[in-house]
Design a protein around this ligand. Structure first.
Ligand code: 2YC
Length: 281
């Protein structure tokens, strides 16, 4: 799991309205609609006034990332939900959150970024939610994924969550991972759960020439170049750093959904806040 740096998220809160407008231009849908669908919720049924969210910084491991909690809070506030970042971190922050009446708590250590609903016991995991959120965005961008072939790059936690969500939508999957057995493990899990065969790719460059829809769930940098781009290409890229090489970004941006936190956090909120639907993890 790639650890975010302050620079990756410094403008998330201040640019969230522009980000949402860009997302609507690319996908035709708003962040709240995409996240609600990813979480199996109906955006219209979700009563944002019902919740108070606390984001609790955690100082363990490599410590607090400057601006991380504020970025998470900015996304949640944009979705119309009351939210605060606790003044204290760790155990004191948890107590503060509860004392100030939080219903839902968001917190991340170096291994997991989770949301928990103190009232219902529902939990959400950022990797699982990010995979689902990006699949919902890709589906909106492509006008549906049923019967379409998608190249998944990266069979880690996010890629695995995305693979299940895409298979559930009837997409045809190809998967590439630098660890080939990770690709085969994912292929067999998808087959066991959905009965559909996943093509394991062993040559990423060749696979990129043969696919119009790419889901980049890898920490690999700059493997997708101008030589691979075609006008009808659509890319979902939760991976940090970006898999698209800088020279290709100007051309790729209009058909790529990529953000460091927004879709994953929004999906987590709908997963733990929702009445039905599956939680993360
Ligand atoms: O500021 C804090 O509270 C830190 N403990 C946060 C550490 C987050 C570490 N995880 C990441 O940087 C990202 C997450 C967005 C999910 C996966 N990697």
């Amino acid at each position: 799991m790639t650890r975010l740096k302050s620079d990756d998220i410094s403008s998330v809160a201040s640019r969230i309205t522009e980000y949402d407008a860009e997302l609507q231009r690319k996908t035709g849908q708003s962040l709240s609609h995409i996240a609600a669908r990813a979480a199996g919720q109906d955006a219209g049924q979700f009563d944002t006034k019902r919740f108070k969210v606390a984001v609790v910084p955690l100082s363990c491991g490599e410590g607090i990332i400057g601006g991380f909690s504020e970025a998470v809070a900015g996304i949640i506030a944009h979705l119309g939900v009351e939210v605060f970042v606790t003044a204290t971190p760790d155990a004191a922050g948890l107590a503060e959150a509860v004392e100030r009446g939080a219903d839902i708590i968001f917190q991340a250590d170096d291994f997991r970024f989770v949301a928990v609903n103190l009232r219902t016991g529902k939990t959400a995991d950022n990797s699982v939610a990010t995979g689902r959120g990006y699949v919902a965005a890709l589906e909106a961008m492509c006008g549906g994924l049923e019967g379409k072939q998608v190249l998944l790059v990266g069979a880690g936690q996010v890629g695995r969550s995305a693979a299940m969500a895409m298979a559930a939508r009837g997409a045809g999957l190809s998967v590439f991972d630098v660890k080939q057995n990770a690709s085969y493990d994912l292929a067999s899990d998808v087959y066991l759960r959905f009965g559909c065969r996943v093509t394991v790719e062993t040559d990423l460059d060749a696979a990129l020439y043969r696919h119009r829809i790419v889901f980049d769930a890898s920490p690999a940098e700059g493997f997708l170049g101008i030589r691979h781009l075609t006008p009808e290409m659509r890319i979902a890229a939760p991976g940090i750093p970006l898999g698209i090489e800088p020279a290709a970004w100007a051309q790729a941006e209009v058909r790529t959904v990529h953000d460091p936190l927004q879709l994953g956090v929004a999906t987590m909120l709908y997963e733990v806040g929702g009445s039905t639907g599956q939680g993360g993890g």
